[in-house]
Design a protein around this ligand. Sequence first.
Ligand code: UDP
Ligand code: MN
Length: 255
Amino acid sequence: EKPTIYAITPTFARPVQKAELTRLYQTFLHIPNFHWIVVEDSEIKTKLVTRFFENSSIIYTHIAAATPPNYKLGRNDPNWKKPRGVEQRNAALRWLREYLKVTDRGIVYFADDDNTYSIKLFHEMEKIQKVGVWPVGLVGGLMVEKPICDNVTNKVIGFNAAWKPDRPFPLDMAGFAMNARLLLENKEAMFSYDVEGGYQESEILRHIVSRDELEPLADCCTKVYVWHTRTEPPQLNVEQLLIKKGKRSNVGIEV
Ligand code: UDP
Ligand code: MN
C-alpha cells in the first residue's frame, strides 16, 4: 500500500498568494494519497485561504501560525536576513506528531508555495525508507544543486552545493523528504530561529538521519523534478493610484 504524502506549505498574504496556491493545488490533485498541510503566516485563518479550500477537492489541513514580529522580515529587508517558514513548519510538525499513529505509513515533505513540482517527484518519494534526497533546480546560485550519487553503490558520496558547502546537510528544503515515523521517534527534530541562515535543513535532519543513510532518488540524483522558482512581485503602480482615489480594480473580485 502506498504511503500518504504529507506536504507542508507555509504561505503568507500577498498579491500572488492565490495564484501560487492554485498552481500547487492543480499539481497536487494528481497525486493519490496526498494530504496538504497549509500553514498561514497569520494570527488567523484568512478568508482567502479558507474559501480556497472550501472550493477545493483535496485532503487538507489548514492551520494559522504567525511568525513572531521580531522574526518577521521587513518590507525592504533582504530575504537572507531572517529565516522564513520556521513558525509554520514547526506548527505543522506539532500537528503531525499529534495526528499520526505509529503504524501509519507516511512521508513528510516541505513544499514552499512558490516552487515548481513535477508529479514524478511524488512517485519517487514513495520509495523512501528513512530520508530521500534529490536534485533541486535553480537554487544556490546553480542550475542544479544536488547530492552526488555513486551509481555503483547507489549511495550519496557528497554534494555539489556551492553556497555554504560546509553545512552538515547542504540541501535545499525542497531537496529531501522523510518517513513520518522518524518524526515520532525523534521528538526534538524541528526548525529553529537560533541557527545561521541556510542551516534550517541541517537543523531538522541532524536529529533524524546521518549523511551516509541518505537515500538518493530521481535516478541516482540525475533528474530534476523540483525547481526553486521564485515569483516576481507584480507591478501594482497603477493600483496604488486607484487605491488613493478609492477605485480599486478588485472591488468585489477576489484575485
Ligand atoms: N513565507 C511565510 N512568511 C513570510 C515569508 C515567507 O510564510 O513572511 C513562506 C513562503 O510562502 C514559502 C516559505 O515561507 O512557502 C519560504 O519562503 P520563500 O519562498 O520566500 O523563501 P526562499 O525561496 O527565499 O527560500
Ligand atoms: Mn521560495
